[in-house]
Design a protein around this ligand. Structure first.
Ligand code: HAM
Length: 408
């Protein structure tokens, strides 16, 4: 778990502001949900055999004896909130986004943390392939606006439960015909064969060479759905790579599944992942309610975004000499803030030199200097720190003058 400090927090804010703006354009509205949920929600929603549920959850018993878990992901809880709050009643596709921390007890390494943050997008109420494509376009749109150029979009279809029954039988035969699987995969091949695909062991991955693929087992409807998604992506000239072994680490996926990998992230290269979860609402005790979404990992995103411009540009520092100037300074400070300028002051009566060097260190664009002479003249000295140039400005014009110069 990491402390997130300035200036990083400012970059996070910029990214989140842009994400909110893009969500608005596509008709998404925000959900903010508790960090803690009943353990059962994730065990049922994500699947007991997934690594997340089997090994990675922060689960504890509360004072009442209930088992609760820090959310490891948001999709199951968005669907829970959706059902519990009766949001299914309104017509049409319901679109939500959620930004916040998730918790997984994973082995920490670069790009993998135990508290990490996600930007989640969830669209509920339609199985139309156009919606799959809209969700992917939103993701690509957001990443492009953020300046992330080098990404790969991997895509697959996991079919519906019907296709999966046939496929799992075939896969099981393949898995049992070979020996040498890791202990986890030996268990997985009996209880949830699909999970073998996301085993991290290189040995198991090598053994999977020649394994059957879901694509060949898709029923006609799932096949049509997938082809429509791909052809729409072609229409929008979104580059993708079909990845027949992409199953994703959560059991709720059906039909479209996708991942975005960013160049430069090393081993943990998935910056976002998502897909359809048409059976999730029913699994959680609700009606048949198709859904699709994705989550971007914010830490990984930050790792690969281009460097931002200076975040402090535009600040004004007020430097004062003497008690009367300090009194005038604190009033001016609030006036400037009232005009939308970031205004700072040091209240500790230091020398002018040390106040100006503090202004420099804080990255202020201008210092407003006030002393007895300036008060008598009704004019402040404004020093533009980068250029070292100084000018006199009437107090009454000061805010407008600074604003004009800082915005130009
Ligand atoms: P996920 O693939 O488990 O999917 O996570 C999505 C993204 O979160 C990953 O691609 C990665 O960038 C980031 N992430 C995951 N674990 C960590 C970690 N330990 N440290 C840092 N970043 C991490 C989901 O969570 C699904 N709920 C996505 C979804 C939404 N599917 C449909 N709707």
């Amino acid at each position: 778990m990491r402390d997130l400090l300035p200036p990083d927090t400012e970059r996070w804010q910029q990214v989140e502001t842009l994400a909110r703006e893009v969500f608005r354009l596509y008709g998404y509205r925000e959900m903010r949900l508790p960090l803690l949920e009943r353990t059962e929600l994730f065990a049922r929603g994500i699947g007991a055999e997934t690594d997340i549920v089997a090994k990675e959850m922060y689960t504890f018993t509360d004072r009442h004896g209930d088992s609760v878990t820090l959310r490891p992901e948001a999709t199951a809880q968005v669907v829970r909130a959706f059902l519990e709050n009766g949001l299914a009643k309104s017509a049409g596709v319901k679109k939500y986004y959620l930004i916040g921390p998730m918790f997984r007890y994973e082995r920490p390494q670069k790009g993998r943390y135990r508290q990490f943050h996600q930007i989640n997008c969830e669209a509920l109420g339609s199985d139309a392939p156009e919606l799959d494509v809209e969700v992917i376009l939103l993701l690509v749109d957001l990443l492009t606006r953020l300046g992330l150029a080098k990404v790969r979009l991997l895509i697959n279809s996991l079919g519906c439960p019907r296709c999966q029954v046939d496929f799992k039988g075939e896969l099981k035969r393949f898995l049992f015909a070979k020996e040498g699987w890791c202990p986890d995969c030996q268990r997985r091949r009996s209880v949830n064969a699909l999970r073998v695909f996301d085993c991290k062991s290189a040995h198991c991955q090598a053994l999977l060479e020649g394994a059957p693929t879901l694509r060949a087992s898709l029923c006609p409807e799932c096949h049509r759905h997938y082809q429509r998604v791909l052809s729409l992506l072609d229409c929008f000239q979104v580059a993708y790579e079909e990845q027949p072994r992409l199953v994703r680490g959560l059991d709720y996926y059906t039909r479209t599944a996708f991942e975005v990998q960013a160049v430069g992230l090393g081993a943990q290269d998935a910056v976002a992942g998502g897909g359809r979860y048409n059976g999730l609402a029913r699994e959680l005790g609700g009606p048949d309610l198709p859904g699709i979404g994705f989550a971007i990992g914010q830490e990984r995103l930050m790792e690969v975004l281009p460097a931002p411009g200076p975040a402090t540009a535009g600040q004004v520092f007020i430097a004062t000499l003497g008690a009367a100037a300090k009194d005038r300074g604190v009033v001016l400070l609030q006036e400037l803030r009232g005009q939308g300028l970031t205004a700072l002051m040091d209240f500790d009566d230091r020398s002018l030199k040390s106040q100006l060097s503090l202004a420099d260190r804080l990255g202020a664009a201008a210092a407003v200097i006030l002393g007895d002479q300036e008060l008598a003249d009704g004019q402040a000295q404004v020093r533009w720190l980068a250029a070292g140039r100084q000018e006199q400005v009437d107090f009454k014009d000061l805010a407008a003058h600074l604003q004009g110069r800082l915005r130009s």
